[in-house]
Ligand binder design. Structure first.
Ligand SMILES: [Zn+2]
Length: 85
């Protein structure tokens, strides 16, 4: 039993997209999301569905952070946003 440091660490959300398409990036093709970004939790990783139950393609958690990576090109799903904030 450890004492002290009882801060609750929030579970990191995996980011999913409506779809993923390869796009040229410098000399290679990289998978870039198209459509909205969604938040995916542990169970969604198995079912392939976001918190809003939309089917999603998972993005690399090393490159994508929910909700920080939302942008004009990749708007955040407001249903997922409402469930994570
Ligand atoms: Zn969503």
């Amino acid at each position: 039993m450890r004492s002290g440091g009882a801060e609750r660490e929030q579970e990191p959300w995996i980011v999913g997209a409506d779809a993923v398409t390869p796009r040229p990036w410098e000399d290679e093709w990289v998978d870039m999301p198209t459509g909205r970004l969604h938040a995916v939790s542990g169970n969604g990783l198995i079912t392939g569905r976001a918190l809003c139950l939309a089917p999603v393609e998972l993005l690399d958690p090393a490159d994508w952070t929910w909700p920080d990576d939302g942008a004009q090109e990749w708007p955040l799903c407001w249903v997922c946003l409402a469930r994570t904030c």
